[in-house]
Design a protein around this ligand. Structure first.
Ligand SMILES: [Fe+2]
Length: 470
């Protein structure tokens, strides 16, 4: 493991007119990407290339949208596409403002509208009212997007950056990738099958699989990121946890399995539910995963593939933590902790080593996992990715659906914040999900990556697999 101590920019901004200045503070042991980059050509082939690819992918996601599509917000939890385009550009502007002398923020109006939740940069616009703003217009946002792309590309092409600055640009690239996934959630809510992706590939059709589980020996497990590429502060530090022996499902829970729970009165029996979850079921009249509807006695869903009969062999998707937990209780099982999930995904018992992904250290590709660049726009059936299986034989741990775990989202022992107001301001009332979904860009996910959502959220591509004590 290559770890280095670097200074990170901790945002303690001093507002001077419209200029946001950053103080250098705090040191943190953090593995950061490509510390060996010492020449402009290395920087270009790495940071600049990653930046260009990311910006291109964002534009491709919105290439076929009509102008009106950019403006509308169809639910308080989603954001209009134009906001995502502006916000990811705004974060690059914040990085430039912190690292470029005498940088002048482009527009105070943009700064306020495009700020998500960073109080250090002023009072953000209300999230649930992003769709009520007709200004800045989509044309202005696109102009801003291209201007920022040009400015950042000029910097990455011509200035040899120090490690701290490179780290911030990498963070902003990864941030944009996270927003690509959020944009995909929002496009499904906004348009469903009326969205016309510029690339679509056919779904694989695996042979029928039966649910099964594998036994995993307990003991001390070293949890957290162990590689030498980019990772977030919340994946560190690697630390030991003790696990009892356990069993974990080979596949995520399918729609067919979930329908059995529903048909057995799962949504009508308080005994399966946490108290807050039961309140949610009652108040919001939940009786199925989000986007499902019963038509003439048949469960239908409405997603990128259209309004269609629920496929019993696909992973169940759009369930909250409460639903995943209730199903597990009904099945006589439980959700795995994130340490159990990670060990099942990344630990190789034979060699006594941990890998970055279930299949090893190689980056994901379309033969191993259903991620955004697979461009399938849906979950696959279980058994579709035998090449992506973990050392223990667990399948589809990366891609398809994010998997709820029973773990609270909080800092690992010894956690040090890398960026103020970024990940760690959410260390309360959230559960950890692992593994990525069909909307996750491949550079955003690793075996150690920790996503987090509130317990009642289900607009993301979220499913689960169960574990059992032995
Ligand atoms: Fe953001």
């Amino acid at each position: 493991m290559v770890a280095k101590t670097i200074d990170l920019l901790v945002a303690l901004p001093i507002k001077q007119k419209n200029v946001v200045v950053i103080n250098l503070k705090q040191k943190y042991n953090m593995i950061y990407a490509n510390s060996h980059m010492t020449t402009i050509s290395e920087q270009k082939s790495n940071l600049l290339e990653q930046f260009n690819k990311t910006r291109d992918r964002t534009l491709k996601l919105v290439e076929t949208l009509e102008k009106d599509d950019f403006i509308v917000q169809t639910a308080p939890f989603m954001s209009p596409p134009k906001w995502h385009l502006g916000h990811v550009s705004w974060l690059f502007e914040i990085v430039m403002s912190k690292t470029t002398k005498n940088y002048k923020i482009y527009s105070q109006e943009f700064n306020e509208y495009l700020n998500s939740y960073y109080h250090q940069f002023g009072e953000p616009h209300d999230k649930d009212k992003r769709g009520t703003a007709t200004r800045p217009t989509i044309d202005q946002i696109l102009e801003y997007f291209h201007m920022i792309s040009q400015n950042v590309a000029d910097i990455l092409q011509n200035e040899l950056l120090d490690d701290k600055t490179k780290q911030l640009y990498f963070m902003a690239i990864h941030h944009e990738c996270q927003h690509q996934e959020l944009l995909v959630y929002d496009l499904q809510h906004l348009l469903a099958s009326r969205y016309r992706p510029i690339t679509t590939n056919p779904l694989p059709t695996p042979s029928k699989q039966e649910p099964k589980s594998v036994k995993i020996d307990g003991g001390l497990y070293s949890m957290g990121y162990s590689g030498n590429q980019y990772c977030y502060d919340i994946e560190l530090p690697e630390h030991k946890v003790y696990l009892n022996d356990y069993k974990i499902d080979v596949f995520p829970i399918t729609n067919g399995q979930y329908i059995e729970f529903m048909e057995d009165g799962g949504y009508n029996n308080f005994r399966y539910w946490l108290s807050d979850g039961w309140d949610k079921v009652q108040n919001d009249k939940w009786n199925a995963p989000m986007y499902w509807e019963k038509v003439d006695g048949v469960w239908m869903t409405n997603d990128f593939l259209g309004k269609r009969k629920v496929n019993p062999n696909e992973s169940v998707c759009h369930v909250s933590f409460y639903e995943a937990d209730a199903y597990s209780k009904w099945a006589g099982k439980r959700l795995p902790t994130e340490a159990e999930w990670e060990k099942a995904a990344c630990w190789d018992e034979k060699t006594q080593t941990k890998t970055i992904f279930p299949w090893g250290d190689k980056q994901p590709d379309i033969n191993r996992a259903n991620l955004l660049e697979s461009y399938l726009w849906n979950c696959t059936e279980i058994g579709a990715y035998p090449n992506g299986k973990s050392h223990y034989g667990c399948q589809q741990m990366i891609g398809d659906v994010w998997e709820w775990t029973s773990s609270e989202f909080t800092g690992y022992p010894g956690f040090k914040s890398g960026f103020s107001e970024y990940n760690d301001k959410w260390f309360a009332n959230q559960k950890v999900l692992r593994g990525g979904s069909f909307g996750t860009p491949s550079i955003s996910v690793r075996g150690s990556y920790r996503n987090f959502f509130r317990l009642d959220e289900r607009w993301l591509f979220s499913g689960f697999r169960c574990a059992e004590d032995i």
